[in-house]
Design a protein around this ligand. Sequence first.
Ligand code: SF4
Length: 297
Amino acid sequence: MDIENLMSRCTLCPRECGADRNSGSGFCGEGRTVRIARAAPHMWEEPCISGERGSGTVFFSGCTLKCVFCQNHEISQEGKGFGVTEERLAEIFTELRDSGVHNLNMVTPTHFIPQIVTALELCGDLGIPTVFNMSGYEKPETLEMLRGKADIFLPDLKYFDSGASAKYSGAEDYFERAMGAVEKMVEMVGEPVFGEDGLMKRGVIVRHMILPNHRHDSIALMEKLAERFSSEAIMVSLMCQYTPVYRAREFREIDRRLSAFEYRTVAEAFGKTGFGGYLQHRESADEGFIPEFYTEP
Ligand code: SF4
């Protein structure tokens, strides 16, 4: 993969900001060199991803969205992280695999996909699934680079309303971009497949985190998903861990946790979709962002 050429006028994400990342950085805040902030087994993904031995997560620095409530804002928007070569990234992937994790999990990888593909090619067959844990703000052409490399996609689906996505994430076109991305992901990896151990081997789990004062948006999202995807095509993970952090304090309507009513009404809408998946316990918001998942919607 010609990384330098792709970086010379970057159009990897829907921003298509055209930055020369060989000499500078783009809207995502990142240049040519891969930067990561953490690589370690992680126990707090959905149960079919974390299993008993954890998911081998690599947190990439930078992000193509600017969510005002980002729980990882130090990494995604404030520059935390350190540079690694593709060769070192391949070693990190191998070291994580050797630690016994169930899968390799790339968190916020979009702006480094060419480098990640190169590192995976250096690794050869790792023998465990690769998970791409993404914001949902993706281009199909960039996702296509992952064909044969990605086994599982965990895309967010954050908003239906373009006013909300513009206000809180700086992306008015978020919903259609994210729905198109989910379609592309389903086309690439197919319906969910599980091993005898109950762990996911292939497939797509769409994640949605309910925001306070936005239950109608969440319900609309559930309905739109059910219109566009069969109940066999995807799984859905409804997350209730929202806690007002980072710049959320600047927006009065999202400066609180979810109410029981909001949680219950969106959970009911989720139940009507027929999608399999996960419903996160509302009390998770009180547990230092550690998601706790139930296995039934
Ligand atoms: S990945 Fe970064 S540099 Fe590339 S188009 Fe998106 S925001 Fe711009």
